[in-house]
Ligand binder design. Sequence first.
Ligand code: NDP
Ligand code: 2IT
Length: 452
Amino acid sequence: MSPRTTIEDVYAQILARNPGEPEFHQAVREVFGSLDRVLEKRPEYTEASILERICEPERQIIFRVPWLDDAGRVQINRGFRVQYNSALGPYKGGLRFHPSVLLGTVKFLGFEQIFKNALTGMPIGGGKGGSDFDPKGRSDAEVMRFCQSFMTEAYRHIGEYTDVPAGDIGVGAREIGYLFGQYKRITNSYESGVLTGKGVTWGGSLVRTEATGYGAVYFTQHMLATRGQSFDGARVLVSGSGNVAIYAIEKVQSLGGIVVGASDSSGAVHDPDGIDLELLRDVKERRRDRIEVYATERGGRARFVPGASVWDLDGDESVQVALPCATQNELGEEHARTLVANGLVAVAEGANMPATPGAIRIFRQAGVLFGPGKAANAGGVATSALEMQQNASRDSWGFEHTEERLAEIMAGIHERTAETAEEYGVPGDYTVGANIAGFIRVADAMLALGVI
Ligand code: NDP
Ligand code: 2IT
């Protein structure tokens, strides 16, 4: 871009060239909102058109995924892999299987992933993928046939040194197993480092399953500590009841917090005596059932509100910490107002972009600590990078050692984010801190690697 091209000009180009992708626009807008301060100090970024380059994925792959359901009918889904930026390492990021997945969804997630991965300090680029396949209600055999068909195309684009997918919504150990099995079969090589989130007996890392939820809670602990507060006795709301939510709840409870609500796409549960995690895991993980079953079997004061978001639950008690761990734009302005009125102290995004821009504004105005997803949920991908390290050295580490590494990484992310916010004149603004710290690391590598 010419020296006089502004961030607004670049953003206008992005809107024009990527129509109909509101989540992608939102993610770009949020990062750009932090960058004017950096571009003033570092004109070389503008001269090298870093902004335009960083917003344009290096490669976008879209493919047909045909498979046979249990009745023998042909089903067709769409597969995606957006290889966004490889300045710092192989493309790295999850696969999402959910009926709402469009190219714009994958681009928003891939764009976020670039800066999140940079912020971990580890050698991983940014990418994301997925499909509009809906695993809900599908048999294991159907999920397997879908995953095999997905990988039959995806395998040619990925690899230990090229692109390393992992899980996200709708993709857990079961799906990673089927995907890895098909990759291994097609390539005739046991290339453990091509996927992360594998089972621990076949190349996976201990703590990867827990990492995103645990990491988000560690990040929140650090934020709370800046105000001399902790989880002990805090009342906490968590949205979702999937991988991130479950392990966030576990860690909060181990630190003395009381989780009074959780949810899934069918509604929310309010449980003022504190979630019974074993029961929740039994219903959601083992039985793959709806969260209503949790409330029924729990009894007592637990109640299920069909169609509600956990943020709609205005219980009679105050809530100090909110951990949105379900999906993008789930927590809006009205929710934010209610939470602030109920005594909210901190929010950390376990999910990617769960709080809307309006909600974030309300949190900031109220002086609520706000940990953006790029920082708060980076423990998952960071532990994926630890899994890659173990695979590369054909080693496997113990639980305690790996959890210690995760804790150190989250402490480092908190420190880097807080220091950068301070350096750029907005102390306590973790959003600006995360965006700038992540951006500078990628932009400097892009400058060093030339115009590619
Ligand atoms: P899971 O599929 O394990 O769980 C997702 C949870 O969110 C489920 O309870 C699901 O409900 C609910 N949910 C999903 N979509 C919607 C929706 N449109 N409306 C309401 N509820 C919804 O996924 P994860 O826990 O892995 O992912 C959750 C979030 O965390 C996502 O934003 C993901 O991108 C992010 N993330 C995940 C990481 C990981 O390591 N897994 C790492 C970093 C971020 P239901 O059961 O009804 O489907
Ligand atoms: O959003 C994310 O960071 C993830 N879904 C995890 C990605 C990974 O490669 O572990």
